[in-house]
Design a protein around this ligand. Structure first.
Ligand SMILES: [Zn+2]
Length: 305
């Protein structure tokens, strides 16, 4: 238990986007399983992305498993065992990169996307899944079991992220109950300065998650950076758990012109990161469209706090 409480001590900087960085390295992430394909086809590229983020200053890295689930794999005719193996492989690749920096003691978090990520239709950004809570619990329990029983391949913590609703956080708490010794964080995707994507209050979601024995931090990810200062306030009011924020770069996807718009450069992101630290965020990183340069500048901002 003390080990769990100390897990995030000294951790200030999280990594940035996996998928976009893989793309820059020339990996094909157009498939429906997104960066999960690369686990099979080009694992060395995933190690390279992890390495770049650690070199840039990340104290904690997330595995390339956001899209990995047996349900998501089944849709493409892949066996459940392949999904389970991919989850463990993602941890091994992260450990491989972390081992190259033994003095850094990098924390490896298993990225676990919400149920909507397995539907491949963007449902995680509204959370209206049309399934019962039992199905949500089963979906999450399956992946938790694989990682809980992974022995030497186990990650340091489970990063439940891009969660759109109170109901999904509740379901994960239920799914985790069998393994009280695990460590986890709960990060929500938000649509405005107070509400998660599905509409519940972020403070309500964070308070619920903070009550689970496994929870080591609560936070917000995959959200526009302009919303982050207010959301940090909501998180801090909701619980005394460390706050983790890793928003998107700030660019928006213009579906008509099929391109990214707006400002997402590392310098403006890092300037905001300084504000997030001062507002009480313990850990800052980046989500979609952030790159090692963003993380390098966040790490510099962390030193100035
Ligand atoms: Zn994102």
């Amino acid at each position: 238990m003390e080990k769990r409480a100390a897990l995030l001590d000294g951790v200030r900087v999280l990594d940035g986007g996996m998928a976009s960085e893989l793309e820059y390295l020339g990996a094909n992430i157009d498939g429906p399983l997104w960066s999960a394909h690369v686990l099979e086809d080009a694992p060395e590229k995933i190690v390279a992305v992890h390495r770049a983020y650690i070199a840039a200053g990340a104290d904690c890295i997330e595995t390339a498993s956001y899209q990995v689930s047996s349900r998501g794999y089944a849709e493409f005719g892949l066996a459940a065992e392949q999904a389970d193996a991919a989850l463990l492989k993602a941890v091994q690749l992260a450990r491989k990169a972390a081992a190259e920096f033994p003095e850094r003691g990098v924390v490896v978090a298993a990225s676990l996307g919400p149920f909507g990520a397995a539907l491949h239709n963007g449902a995680e950004y509204h959370g209206n899944y049309g399934v019962g809570v039992d199905e949500l619990v089963a979906f999450h329990r399956e992946r938790i079991r694989v990682l809980a029983e992974a022995g030497e391949c186990a990650p340091d913590l489970l990063a439940f992220e891009t969660l759109p609703s109170l109901q999904e956080a509740q379901a994960i708490g239920e799914a985790l109950a069998r393994w009280p010794e695990l460590a986890a964080w709960f990060c929500f995707t938000c649509k405005d300065e107070r509400h998660v994507a599905h509409g519940e209050l972020l403070a309500e979601c964070a308070a619920l998650a903070a009550g689970f024995p496994q929870t080591v931090a609560v936070g917000v990810n995959c959200t526009h950076p302009a919303l982050i200062p207010a959301l940090i306030g909501e998180l801090r009011r909701a619980s005394n758990k460390p706050v983790v924020v890793y928003p998107n770069s700030g660019e928006g996807w213009d579906a008509e012109k099929r391109c990214w718009t707006g400002k997402g450069d590392a310098a403006s992101f890092a300037a905001q990161a300084g504000e997030w630290f001062r507002a009480g965020a313990r850990i800052v990183g980046g989500c979609c469209r952030t790159r090692p340069e963003h993380v390098r500048m966040v790490a510099e901002a962390a030193l100035r706090i």
